[in-house]
Design a binder for this molecule. Structure first.
Ligand SMILES: NC(=O)c1ccc[n+]([C@@H]2O[C@H](COP(=O)([O-])OP(=O)(O)OC[C@H]3O[C@@H](n4cnc5c(N)ncnc54)[C@H](O)[C@@H]3O)[C@@H](O)[C@H]2O)c1
Ligand SMILES: [Zn+2]
Length: 374
């Protein structure tokens, strides 16, 4: 099957995202081309592959290819899971880089999901004030979201993703065959972000997802190739216009996230995966838009139908754990709240959203009450 190229145009930080079904086998060759194009000189140097235990077989393919292409390659395996986004893990990666006498031609390569990508990217952004970085995402969420846009970082014990940087990669290699071993729930959680792109930016893409829902459920390679590459294109369009999150445009990517983050946090992290929280959150945001007279019920219903067909939750699992007040309190803590006023990304029609400030709290209460909360 062919390889699709998504070009992210960021001036001197421009790069390509390649999406295909057999890219890992030539990872060493491709990364060498990218290194040479960026820095001149030879097309192989030293590489530090950062991965987690669950993706070791995929990292092994990347390492094999690197060595075949003359790279000196070292591997760092971190523990799977969100707790790895912490300073001790970063610090021990710095030790390894010092030990291998890494310099500005040493490429850090993240092979894994968003956790590995964010942590490895943060290492690359900060070591020697920034060294080359390549993403090889292995979850659907990382394919369509965390590997695009250059945000890297780790968690503070009191706040997720608080410590970070913008560090664009030299390139991103998305091998769709990596998803073969991804657990079903993780796969579906990634689909929620794919659906999000349709709702916020592209009505025709939403139509495509509706049409191809059976193929997507079967992880059909052709359907996945388009779903992933088009999602990357849509996110890249936003990032190109607002690389450093200054104009507010990048905020549209947070559709469903104000509700979603609150639900994720209040049900206890782990009960809902991020994408599952976003799935439910999009439905609530759409219902809020309905209450405000911005859209009709059909728009919400189309999202409910597609998300349900993709086996994603559209209602809270156990509303008894949550109260209207606890959700509102949590939303006030969210970054999207300014001066205590609630802000939401809300649809105006399929394929278009707006950032709406000063949303009347009583409407949010009504939507939560309709959802079974008290
Ligand atoms: N930088 C950004 O712009 C951005 C955007 C969205 C999310 N994120 C971050 O991404 C992280 C979530 O990423 P995620 O959802 O990919 O989670 P993850 O990296 O924790 O991966 C989920 C699980 O799947 C396993 N896994 C990964 N690939 C696999 C494969 N191919 N086969 C089998 N198992 C595999 C992992 O080991 C892990 O246990 C969060 O920390 C979030 O903050 C960052
Ligand atoms: Zn998200």
């Amino acid at each position: 099957m062919s390889t699709t190229r998504v070009h992210v145009d960021l001036g001197p930080r421009s790069y390509d995202i390649l999406v295909g079904s057999d890219l890992l086998a030539n990872a060493g060759g491709q990364i060498g081309e990218w290194l040479q194009a960026r820095l001149g000189g030879s097309n192989a140097d030293a590489a530090c592959v950062i991965t987690d235990r669950n993706v070791a077989p995929l990292a092994a393919k990347v390492l094999d290819s690197l060595r075949q292409h003359g790279w000196k390659a070292r591997e760092i395996t971190i523990e799977p899971g969100e707790p790895s986004k912490r300073l001790e893990v970063i610090s021990s990666a710095y030790d390894q880089l010092v030990d291998m006498q890494a310099d500005r031609r040493t490429v850090v390569i993240a092979v894994g999901g968003g956790v590995v990508g964010d942590a490895a990217g943060f290492v690359a952004a900060t070591f020697a004030r920034g060294i080359p970085f390549v993403q090889v995402p292995t979850t659907l969420l990382a394919d369509v979201d965390s590997s695009v846009g250059g945000k890297v970082g780790i968690n503070h014990p009191k706040a997720k993703n608080l410590i970070g940087a913008f560090h664009q990669p030299l390139g991103v290699l998305i091998d769709t065959s990596a998803l073969e071993t991804l657990p079903d729930r993780e796969y579906r959680a990634g689909l929620a972000e794919v659906v999000k792109y349709g709702v916020i930016l592209d009505a025709e893409f939403f139509d495509f997802l509706e049409r191809e829902q059976a193929a997507l459920n079967e992880r059909d390679p052709a359907a996945l190739l388009h779903a992933i590459s088009h999602s990357c294109r849509l996110k890249a369009d936003v990032v190109e216009q607002d690389e450093y999150e200054r104009t507010g445009l990048r905020a549209v990517l947070n559709y469903g996230h104000t509700f979603g983050h609150a639900f994720e946090a209040l049900t206890g992290y782990g009960e809902l995966l991020h994408g599952e929280g976003v799935s439910i959150g999009m439905v609530y945001a759409s219902k809020l838009a309905e209450r405000m007279g911005r859209v009709d019920n059909e728009l919400t219903q189309r999202q409910v139908n597609l998300l349900t067909a993709l086996h994603l939750p559209v209602a809270l699992p156990s509303p008894a754990n949550l109260t209207i007040e606890s959700v509102l309190d949590r939303m006030r803590l969210d970054k999207k709240t300014i001066g205590g006023k609630l802000r939401f990304v809300l649809p105006t029609r399929m394929g278009h959203v707006e950032l709406v400030s000063n949303v009347d709290e009583s409407l949010v209460r009504e939507v939560l009450r309709d959802g079974g909360l008290s």
